[in-house]
Design a protein around this ligand. Structure first.
Ligand code: UDX
Length: 442
């Protein structure tokens, strides 16, 4: 199939490369010239395991090309346009849909193939697909075309983006009536290989398809905040949240995944999506339906406060001029994404309080340097913990999880550690003479 992917950020670039891998001819479109140049040169604009290989393979095969200025001629041939632009947090937490509408108009301005399918992948407030569909209907009436919209939310996790794109847990299609149509048949052709592997395709109306995405992210955020709320109770009672999670997770109805208590969630999706969901519910006149999301957000933010307060407490009431090593800056391991990163927020706040913060991360340092020039960055954990009076593990990269407490003890000034992700062995660290504090794991 001849397809375009509009918006080549995390979602779009990975989607474009994976679609080329599935054998389609893909035109990736983005307004950022630097990003497009990098992608065309085979340079991944972000750290994502497996993506550089798929990108190079697509470029080498001639099936993948990126541009900022799509020629009308090229667009005319496109059978399926994917919209994968960002929908960042705007006013009052609501999603900003400027880029989304620009993408729709970009297609329409270029006299598209009269029977093109437009596929929305961006995360949007419920009701958006209906509005885009109405815009297409007006265009169709004026131009004698049959453009049709399918809402096809994306569930990819950073760090597993290629895997999640090629082998998703499910594929959701939202159509106008929730029924099959010719546009859905076109999209089936695009996804012929994954569908052929037996991945379930769930057909829904537009509203449901949009809600599936926000509901899934809200549920995940809820699970994390639930266990972090239990961590607060463990902190108040001397309980151990890791054991608690292990025990409740044994119940198959609950399950173990996303019950990792610690510094809480960050990144470009969960925090913004729950706020946008709350804002949309308010607009729809049903704010109470998701009012619990406000608590979920608040519990999540309190974990960062907890790490700060614990740092102050462990440094005898004052962090001023104390050297603190922060291990990890990315919002989670296997990613260089620092958007709303809990580890980074803790680092910045401790520095603002007068601490001498040194931070390291296996992948995110270039982005941290650009966004937070005031922070002191070092290449590896050895340099970070040198003479430290407190070590804070903020992101659970393998290299930090595997630290040998005896070896680290020989480098620091004082043996004090906060395990912000509950991934170290308290016993091993205590045996090596450390004052160890996890999160809800006294
Ligand atoms: C998320 C969704 O998982 C994905 O389906 C959606 O498409 C986009 O948003 P992502 O932002 O890549 O993906 O990260 P995810 O793996 O969900 O982790 C989010 C945050 O939660 C991270 O900061 C992570 O450290 C934190 N987390 C995760 C916990 O604090 N505890 C857990 O048990 C799991």
């Amino acid at each position: 199939m001849k397809i375009s992917v509009i918006g080549c950020g995390y979602l779009g670039a990975v989607h474009a490369a994976c679609m080329a891998y599935l054998g389609h001819d893909v035109l990736g479109i983005d307004v950022d010239q630097q990003k497009v140049d990098n992608l065309n040169a085979g340079k991944a604009p972000f750290y994502e395991p497996g993506f550089p290989e798929k990108l190079s393979a697509g470029l080498d095969s001639g099936k993948l090309i990126f541009t900022t200025t799509p020629q009308a001629e090229a667009l005319k041939d496109i059978e399926v346009h994917f919209i994968a632009v960002g929908t960042p947090q705007g006013e009052n937490g609501a999603a900003n849909l400027t880029y989304l509408w620009e993408a729709v108009e970009l297609i329409l301005d270029n006299q598209p193939n009269p029977k093109a399918v437009i596929v929305g992948k961006s995360t949007v407030p419920v009701g958006t697909a209906q509005q885009i569909s109405a815009r297409l209907e007006t265009y169709n009436a004026e131009n004698g075309t049959e453009l049709s919209l399918i809402w096809n939310p994306e569930f990819l996790r950073e760090g597993f983006a290629v895997e999640d794109t090629l082998h998703p847990d499910r594929i959701v299609y939202g159509t106008e009536t929730g029924e099959e149509n010719w546009a859905q048949q076109q999209l089936d052709k695009v996804y012929e290989i994954p569908l052929g592997e037996g991945i379930e395709r769930i057909l829904a109306d537009y509203a449901t398809a949009e809600l599936v995405k926000t509901a899934a992210n809200s549920f995940l955020a809820m699970k994390i905040s639930f266990i972090n709320a239990m961590a607060e109770l463990c902190e108040a009672t001397g309980g151990n949240v890791t054991t608690l999670a292990q025990a409740i997770g044994k119940d198959k109805r609950i399950g173990h995944r996303f019950l990792g208590a610690g510094l809480g969630f960050g990144g470009g999706c969960l925090p913004k999506d729950i706020r946008a969901f709350g804002a949309r519910a308010k607009e729809l006149g049903v704010p109470e339906a998701v009012s619990f999301l406000t608590d979920i957000d608040a519990i999540n933010k309190r974990r960062r406060d907890r790490a700060i307060n614990l740092s102050v407490q462990m440094l005898d009431g004052d962090v001023k001029n104390k050297k603190i090593a922060i291990l990890g800056a990315a919002f989670k391991p296997n990613s260089d994404d620092i958007r709303d990163s809990p580890a980074l927020e803790v680092a910045v706040r401790l520095q603002d309080m007068g601490a001498e913060v040194v931070i390291t991360d296996p992948q995110a340092l270039p982005l941290v340097a650009a966004a937070y020039p005031q922070l002191s960055l070092v290449e590896n954990w050895e340099a970070a913990v040198q003479d430290a009076e407190l070590v804070v593990l903020g992101t659970e990269w393998d290299v930090f999880k595997q630290l040998d407490p005896v070896a680290v003890a020989g480098i620091v000034s004082t043996r004090k550690v906060i395990d912000g992700r509950n991934v170290l062995s308290p016993q091993d660290w205590k045996n090596a003479g450390w004052e160890y504090h996890g999160m809800g794991r006294s």
